[in-house]
Design a protein around this ligand. Structure first.
Ligand SMILES: [Zn+2]
Length: 143
């Protein structure tokens, strides 16, 4: 069944991609709209629209591959700087609702921009937020 998800089609080999790694859980390929040479995507083979749905074992494999890909690019392309980017949700810029991690090689003067205006006034909320986050996180981790 087609669910209209381009990364599900990629995962099921219905779309040709420049894949350089795949196993039972994940797949990695070049982004066809690259920000730089070597810009790659790592996806779970199963459809998850949010990172919170992805089993920890799959996330571990995705980020472990990201690490090994960086080691590989260091060797093969002599690239040493990268952004690892996962956009969660529409307001964060997630365009395809199938979890994916971008590995973006970076070079001096490459014109790739991640930019935000610092909202330093928000630091006054840190004490309250620290307490709330600590408590909730502890309950999730002890589950
Ligand atoms: Zn999908």
């Amino acid at each position: 069944m087609m669910n209209g998800c381009v990364f599900c089609d990629v995962a099921k080999n219905r779309i040709k991609t420049w894949t350089f790694y795949e196993d039972k859980l994940i797949k990695a390929f070049f982004d066809i709209h690259p920000a730089n040479l070597g810009h790659s995507l790592i996806i779970p083979r199963k459809h998850y629209s949010s990172i919170v749905e992805v089993p920890d074992s799959v996330l571990l494999n995705m980020f472990s591959l990201a690490k090994k890909l960086i080691l590989t690019y260091r060797e093969v392309l002599s690239i040493k700087d990268f952004n690892i980017l996962l956009s969660e949700g529409r307001e964060a810029g997630q365009e395809i609702p199938h979890v994916h991690v971008h590995i973006i090689p970076r070079f001096a003067g490459d014109g790739v921009v991640f930019n935000w205006k610092e909202k330093n006034e928000l630091t006054t909320q840190f004490p309250r937020l620290q307490k709330e986050i600590q408590e909730k996180l502890k309950s999730l981790i002890l589950k």
